[in-house]
Design a protein around this ligand. Structure first.
Ligand code: ZN
Length: 506
């Protein structure tokens, strides 16, 4: 993505400037040069912190090291602060939020500078229209987009999706994947626990993933089961990666039911084996013991009104007090309460209450959104300590889960500073160079001369998340300044109003 023609035109523009406008111009830096001094530089690769300075010109980093201010430099003294590449969130749900909040306050406040849209199998369509619209209405964030498996499946099968696709339909889906890649998608995403995606077979996914791979795309997948059958689902994912020859990003790696709690070491062993065979496998993980989704995902056999299936589902979560309704349009009074509490208030069993919420939801066409407190810390810790695990939020603008406003500062504050699960520079690598490498972006996620000036300046002694399940939009502390393409987007604990984000493609 290094565009030398642009650099040259900027150079000539700089030569013309003094003629056009009355600026003083010496041989030194031009007025849009910014020097950040006395920073602890975390370059994104995981290398130790180095004290130094960094100079930005236009949208690029132009020099790094022992630099002193030159005439015309704007200078920021970053004493006590860490300067890192901007965080890249490979799993971000802000498609709708960006329209109402192009400054993306909860995202840039965390240090996110690039947010990948269209995960979990659902994307805008056509991809080229979305990209064009986003270019017309830029935001504070750099954006990129996956082509959604379920979105494409829905285009091909319409309402008749509750079955395996025919070979001809699969061929059409693969062609549409190809089209989306040509239009600028960065890969294929799937959400195989969700309604439309769940009816696909492995052959369909391989065909579409192969189509994405032929165009340099990756495969981001919310696998078929993150609970009792998490191991089967993982093996299917590895098979897709191997047969389609596609790099994988396993979305929000987790073990979400009682029967698989504590099995992270075995899960990791299966992945390590695949990696040693040459499967290009990375995962991302959000730093919470609770997930957020619709109420149906907990019943894998889809027997939502079968008391036996529902009883097992609730037991697998660890009980009805582990499921909290966050939003339910047909009966707003449920929101903020656990299933156990709602059942008690209605004087029915949790199983009966679950089935009632399903019926009320189906009648209105609106499913309840829920949070399930069903992961254990030891598994999250084990995943975070793997070098192939990235940090991603699975959140976004307006998220009902605190991960939407807390993910990146939470890892830095709690997992690095308080619990010592990983070093600061390794955590930063998981937020920057590793996702950039996954996406094939050489000039992002790294502090290097010539790289894009997407930067985060934060205080390692105070950085912390403050979003909670009751107040999911609460902004973090300790993120001092954020730059996107050389432009300050977050300063003095608020957005600056600038929208320098680009749309990134392969
Ligand atoms: Zn997901």
């Amino acid at each position: 993505m290094y565009n030398s023609r642009r650099i040259i035109s900027v150079f000539f523009l700089a030569l013309l400037l003094p003629v056009v406008v009355p600026l003083t111009f010496d041989a030194g830096p031009t007025p849009d040069t910014l020097l950040i001094i006395n920073a602890q530089l975390a370059d994104g690769t995981g290398a130790p912190l180095v004290n130094g300075a960094l100079r930005i010109h236009g949208n690029r980093i132009v020099s790094i090291g022992k630099l002193s201010p030159a005439p015309g430099d704007r200078v920021i003294d970053a004493r006590g602060l860490v300067l890192a590449p901007g965080f890249i969130d490979t799993h971000n749900h802000s498609l709708e939020g960006l329209d109402s909040d192009p400054l993306a306050e909860t995202q840039v406040a965390q240090g996110i500078t690039t947010a990948i849209q269209g995960p979990d199998g659902e994307s805008p369509w056509p991809i080229k229209d979305w990209i064009e619209a986003r270019k017309q209405h830029p935001t504070a964030l750099n954006l990129a987009v996956f082509a959604g498996h379920a979105t494409i499946r829905g285009k091909v099968m319409g309402k008749d999706f509750k079955r395996v696709a025919t070979p001809a339909e699969i061929e059409t889906m693969a062609q549409l994947t190809w089209q989306a890649m040509n239009e600028g998608a960065i890969g294929l995403s799937s959400g195989l626990e969700y309604e439309v995606g769940s009816y696909s077979n492995t052959a369909e996914l391989i065909a579409m993933a192969r189509s994405a791979a032929e165009h340099g795309g990756i495969y981001s997948t919310h696998i078929r089961d993150e609970a009792d059958k998490a191991f089967d689902a993982l093996l299917e994912e590895i098979q897709i990666a191997e047969e389609a020859h596609i790099p994988v990003d396993h979305s929000h790696i987790k073990l979400g039911t009682v029967s698989v709690w504590g099995k992270a070491p075995e899960y990791i062993r299966v992945i390590e084996e695949a990696r040693s065979r040459g499967v290009d496998f990375l995962a991302d993980c959000y730093p919470y013991e609770a997930w957020h989704s619709n109420i149906k995902v907990i019943v894998p056999d889809k027997q939502y009104e079968n008391p036996r299936s529902v009883r097992k589902a609730l037991a697998d979560l660890g009980g009805a007090d582990h499921l909290t309704v966050t939003e339910f349009k047909p009966n707003a009074s449920y929101a903020g309460h656990s299933l156990a509490e709602i059942a008690k208030a209605n004087r029915v069993s949790p199983v009966e209450m679950y089935m009632r919420i399903i019926r009320e939801g189906d009648a209105s066409g609106m499913e309840a959104q829920v949070i399930g407190h069903s992961m254990v810390e030891s598994d999250i810790k084990a995943f975070y300590q793997q070098p192939w695990v990235m940090v991603a939020s699975d959140g976004g603008i307006g998220a009902a889960h605190p991960r939407g406003a807390g993910t990146f500062p939470r890892v830095l504050g709690r997992f690095v500073r308080e619990k010592h699960w990983l070093t600061l520079t390794e955590a930063i690598r998981k937020m920057t160079a590793l996702p950039a490498q996954r996406l094939g972006w050489k000039d992002l996620g790294i502090l290097r001369e010539g790289a894009y000036a997407d930067l985060v300046l934060f205080d390692p002694a105070t950085v912390i998340d403050r979003a909670t399940f009751r107040k999911p939009q609460e902004l973090p502390l300790g993120i001092e300044k954020v730059f996107v393409n050389g432009v300050l987007v977050w300063n003095d604990a608020k957005p600056t109003g600038a929208t320098p984000g680009r749309v990134l493609t392969r």
